[in-house]
Design a protein. Structure first.
Length: 272
């Protein structure tokens, strides 16, 4: 994951040094990768002082503030008995800062990010996992990484809570449940499922798993012989493209709700 630019200034924000501890309530001994999301502590959590931490910790999506720019695996809490806190380089992300993440086939730790358990053929595909909200995948894409449909790319025109995904062009093969796919979300989705290292996007057709609020902007493709470009139904739907890579650009705008379930961007202030 990387910061591209800020929409207000037109340039990429510079990394700054910030106090970082990659775990919540203990001195960190877990590897945190460069390119991972960083967040400030929850508003109501100051048991060990306030600091920046790993974006996948409680509460997910609350107070995102930037992208970690160095790999690290050892920090100390502010109230550690022997050692002081450490600073790490973080590129700040305002609500107007555009970030890009890849739909990587594996996360930085080597765990698969692919989705599976799809069956069907032609234009109607059954997702073995649930889809919670009708139509939530319209405008997204399916890319098959193996099986008889390997390397095929298909634009999604409908999705239902019955687990049916409709694509615009016929899949030229029978899909088996063991086949692996990349599920590219609609460009302007408002939630993502990030992988375990929080450096990329994990594929999952079930929108109930998309736990991190962010405002999507555009989706991109890159492949041998195809320079990096926005995904376009008129250009890419139904193509067979080997070794394709996919990206999503978005902002960490945060969310707001009347019932107090707010998860704003950390740079937007604190509650009174």
């Amino acid at each position: 994951m990387k910061v591209l630019f800020d929409m207000l200034s037109g340039v990429k924000p510079r990394p700054i040094d910030m106090i970082y501890n990659g775990s919540l309530a203990v001195d960190n001994a877990t590897k945190r990768y460069s390119g991972s999301i960083a967040k400030m502590m929850d508003y109501d959590d100051q048991d060990h002082g306030r600091f920046i931490t790993f974006g996948g910790l409680t509460t997910i999506g609350e107070r995102p503030c930037g992208i970690l720019e160095e790999e690290t695996s050892a920090e100390f809490l502010l109230d550690d008995a022997d050692y002081g806190p450490l600073y790490r380089k973080i590129t700040p992300c305002l609500p107007s800062t555009v970030v890009e993440a890849e739909y990587a086939r594996k996360d930085r730790a080597g765990t698969s990010n692919l989705d599976t358990n799809f069956t069907g053929s032609t234009t109607s595909i059954t997702c073995g996992d649930s889809i919670t909200v009708d139509d939530v995948l319209i405008g997204g894409w399916l890319y098959f990484t193996n099986g008889l449909a390997a390397n095929q790319l298909h634009y999604i025109t409908d999705s239902t809570t019955a687990g049916i995904i409709v694509v615009a062009t016929s899949v030229a093969a029978v899909i088996a449940a063991a086949d692996d796919l990349i599920v590219i979300l609609p460009p302007m989705t408002s939630k993502f499922l990030f992988d375990a290292t929080y450096t990329g996007i994990k594929s999952d057709c079930d929108d109930a798993t998309w736990s991190h609020p962010a405002q999507g902007i555009s989706t991109w493709i890159e492949a041998p012989g195809i320079p990096k470009q926005k995904l376009d139904r008129n250009l890419h739907d139904g193509l067979k493209i080997a070794n394709a890579r996919f990206y999503h650009q978005f902002t960490f705008c945060g969310t707001f709700a009347n019932a107090g379930a707010t998860k704003p961007n950390a740079w937007m202030g604190v509650p009174a």
